[in-house]
Design a protein. Structure first.
Length: 424
């Protein structure tokens, strides 16, 4: 009855019984679970650790103290657990754009605090991140893996092609996981357990590699069972009414989190890879990154999607006026655009390659930090020709600069088959 769910657990080889060096004669040997490492077979795994459930602790459950449970409940309220039913606990192999977002950049002007403080601040930033932003960073392949160039596309798949296959597989497996939860014969209390979502982020698959081989490197796995139980129909029948209600409540939390996660993955795939009619215009918005509040708007520019050599345009404010510092020239953005066609067998027809080269003469907005500079980054958005799909991705943050140089190329994919999501 648990077979569907077991397919999402880590590969398990058995139990290894190991003697302990220096142990007393009557001390029992240690028993160790032998499981497959999720990084096995990957050069550089990009993986999310997503803690499921809007409530991730329960006083008295599996040794959790009342005070520890209260602290965890407060944390749940400040993070995405309460908002969407799960939160991002960790991100292995993050893209450069996410790595550039220093959560302590504006904290008392501290640029290099202790590693412990930085780690805690980064974790809290991830825990508060909504799923739309999480998936945006997960499939951000505009810098890593390195683009092979047009001449190599006959031999290897482009990063965007690999990301499309990975997210397509993630959508299908999350939908299957949601169904498996409903087929479970008894409600479970998996408090604080996680789902791993990941794929190969360090190399590009060969054009000759089958889709099945590429999909096998995708990870959708359940793990972190430290405060969980396996509730069988027999054990559930022996519980009193309050305990059965407790299991049903926590299982509802868990299934709700999985459902929302599956929906967010499908939404991300649909918007990123569902535009078969192409994109209308690329819109670039430049912000000043703030680690303690919403980032400040600096300026924007609309770029027609047509092949364009290196071009410089002025940034405008919300009313269309010039953006400039107090005494400086108008702020500008420099870009270029090209169309890349993919091989005929690709699941994508091609992609618009929008390169954000640099911005110049930006106003300084770090006044509260006592600086005359900004920490700019650019967000590229696009809407499809029919208005149904939306693309969004961002550059790295360039700290303390008014003339940032990015030279980052974003690919706006055009689908060959708009119905791919329905078959996931």
């Amino acid at each position: 009855a648990f077979q569907d769910l077991l397919g999402f657990t880590l590969e398990y080889a058995g139990v290894a019984t190991c003697p302990v060096d220096g142990a007393a004669a009557d001390e029992a040997p240690k028993e160790l679970l032998v499981m497959r490492n999720m990084r096995d077979g990957c050069k550089r795994l990009r993986m999310l650790d997503i803690k499921i459930g809007e409530k991730t602790a329960d006083a008295g459950w599996q040794g959790k103290s009342r005070m520890a449970a209260l602290k965890q409940d407060i944390l749940d309220g400040f993070t995405n657990s309460k908002g969407e039913g799960y939160r991002l606990e960790g991100f292995d192999g993050p893209p450069p754009a996410l790595r550039s977002m220093d959560p302590l950049l504006d904290v008392l002007g501290l640029h290099a605090p202790g590693q412990g403080s930085r780690k805690k601040a980064l974790r809290f930033m991830l825990q508060r991140m909504p799923a739309a932003e999480v998936f945006m960073h997960l499939i951000d392949v505009h810098q890593e893996p390195e683009d092979p160039g047009d001449e190599m596309l006959a031999e290897v798949r482009a990063p965007m092609e690999a990301a499309e296959l990975a997210l397509h597989e993630i959508c299908g497996r999350l939908a299957s996981l949601a169904v498996a939860c409903r087929r479970c014969p008894a409600p479970q209390k998996w408090v604080g357990s996680s789902v791993a979502l990941g794929f190969e982020g360090g190399s590009l698959p060969s054009r000759q590699a089958s889709e099945a081989d590429i999909r096998r490197n995708v990870r959708v796995s359940l793990f972190d069972w430290g405060r969980s139980e396996l509730n069988t129909p027999e054990s559930h029948a022996e519980l009193d009414e309050a305990e059965r209600l407790d299991r049903a409540t926590f299982w509802r939390y868990y299934m709700g989190g999985i459902d929302r996660l599956a929906w967010e993955a499908a939404r991300c795939y649909r918007h990123r890879f569902g535009a078969a009619n192409g994109w209308l215009t690329a819109h670039v918005t430049v912000y000043d990154f703030d680690s303690c509040s919403d980032s400040d708007f600096i300026g924007q520019a609309s770029l027609p999607l047509r092949p364009t050599e290196e071009t410089t345009v002025q940034l405008t404010d919300f009313s269309g006026g010039e953006v400039r510092s107090m005494r400086g020239p108008p702020a500008t953005l420099t870009y270029r655009i090209a169309w890349r066609a993919y091989p005929a067998e690709s699941r994508l027809r091609g992609a618009w390659r929008v390169t954000i080269l640099r911005a110049d003469h930006l106003p300084g907005l770090d006044h509260f930090q006592g600086r005359l500079t900004s920490d700019p980054f650019a967000v590229v958005t696009a809407v499809s020709q029919d208005g149904r799909f939306r693309f969004r991705q961002q550059t790295c943050v360039v700290e303390r600069q008014l003339n940032p140089s990015w030279d980052e190329t974003f690919q706006l994919p055009v689908a060959a088959d708009p119905s791919a999501l329905h078959t996931a």
